[in-house]
Design a protein around this ligand. Structure first.
Ligand SMILES: NC(=O)c1ccc[n+]([C@@H]2O[C@H](COP(=O)([O-])OP(=O)(O)OC[C@H]3O[C@@H](n4cnc5c(N)ncnc54)[C@H](OP(=O)(O)O)[C@@H]3O)[C@@H](O)[C@H]2O)c1
Length: 318
């Protein structure tokens, strides 16, 4: 059995090596770090999986083998939270099919969204309530679930129409948690208004070592109002990988067990006390395994976090 330090040494050696070796090293690293959902105390593993971007592109293809492996890897290594949306093409359907086929359905924390206005991110878009209800019923069918764990209004679109439906479903016991998402700074003021006035369990927002705007108002308010944070876009899509291209992970990252850049970025995200779960998207089982390592071992302390910000802020491409 490897201890933690040995694991992270091994993990650094096998980057680029076989998935089997990665898996063995990860298994030896012990359990995933968990954090409580603020309103209920339910413990969730801090690294999950998103399903836009490459996951959604792969879901559009006929061959879902890689996604099968991605979801299996998530669950096999203690992950649970899967973030999706009707707006992510075939992601809901394909993930639902795979989870049912592999018997993973009840091990996953299903987080999806509603946006029946079809104009994500555009304020003023109006949703038809009947279409919103139909869209949510489709999500239940695709997952083959009678209860969805988290249902969020996507991108703050027509909250006046969507949120009452989402609240009604929670009241009826068909949805466990409710929330609203936004990854656009020009929507934060509106999101903050809902955080102050609505009984939200979660918000889903963008946060990364080079994108820290939410630390100012959204994170403190979430902590005060006991609202969980789903941390989206922890790599800035692919921006952060581009910024560190050609650079080695600093030696001091071993002090918080980050062997790869993905783990460095994920550990930055989850070491903020307001963050409940981070959901990086991937279509690659090897990257899924790498990301799960971001939820294991030690986390950066306040000094490490300052150093991480200074390092990334000092790179070109801000
Ligand atoms: N408004 C909203 O509600 C909203 C908005 C944005 C995002 N989200 C949610 O948050 C999730 C995450 O956001 P995102 O997908 O935009 O951005 P992201 O997770 O920051 O970026 C994903 C990208 O990173 C790559 N990647 C993943 N793991 C990697 C690793 N270990 N090493 C190297 N590359 C890696 C992926 O490619 P590979 O497939 O090749 O690994 C993909 O290109 C979304 O999937 C979605 O579920 C919600």
């Amino acid at each position: 059995m490897l201890n933690r330090r040995d694991f992270f040494r091994t993990a650094s050696c096998v980057v680029g090596g076989s998935l089997l070796a990665d898996r063995a090293a990860l298994l030896a690293a012990g359990p995933m770090i968990t954090r409580a959902v603020p309103k209920t105390g339910e413990m969730l593993p801090m690294v999950g999986l998103g399903s836009s971007a490459t996951f959604a592109s792969m879901a559009r293809t006929a061959d879902a083998q890689a996604l099968r492996e991605v979801l299996k890897t998530l669950v096999d290594h203690g992950g649970r939270v899967f973030d999706t949306a009707p707006g992510y093409g075939a992601s809901e359907q394909v993930a639902g099919d795979i989870a049912n086929e592999l018997g993973l359905r009840d091990k996953i924390f299903w987080a999806t969204k509603v946006n029946a206005a079809g104009r994500e991110g555009l304020s003023g878009a109006k949703a038809d309530p009947a279409k919103a209800r139909a869209q949510i019923e489709e999500s239940f069918k695709k997952f083959r679930l009678s209860k969805i764990d988290l249902l969020q209004v996507h991108d703050v679109v027509d909250v006046a129409t969507h949120l009452p439906i989402v609240k009604e479903l929670k009241q009826a016991g068909r949805v466990r948690y409710i929330g609203i998402t936004s990854t656009r700074e020009n929507q934060y003021a509106e999101l903050i208004g809902y955080m102050k006035n609505e009984p939200l369990d979660f918000v889903g927002v963008d946060y990364a070592v080079d994108n820290r705007e939410v630390e100012k108002e959204i994170f403190p308010l979430a902590q005060e109002r006991k609202i969980g944070i789903l941390n989206y876009v922890p790599f800035g899509r692919t921006r952060l990988f581009a910024r560190v291209k050609g650079q080695a992970v600093p030696a001091w990252a071993s002090e918080f067990d980050a062997a790869t850049w993905a783990q460095f970025f994920l550990k930055f995200a989850i070491s903020h006390p307001a963050v409940t779960v981070v959901t990086p998207a991937t279509s690659n089982p090897k990257n899924m395994l790498d990301n799960l390592g971001g939820g294991m071992g030690r986390l950066p302390n306040a000094d490490h976090r300052k150093r991480m910000v200074a390092l990334i802020d000092g790179l070109p491409g801000a």
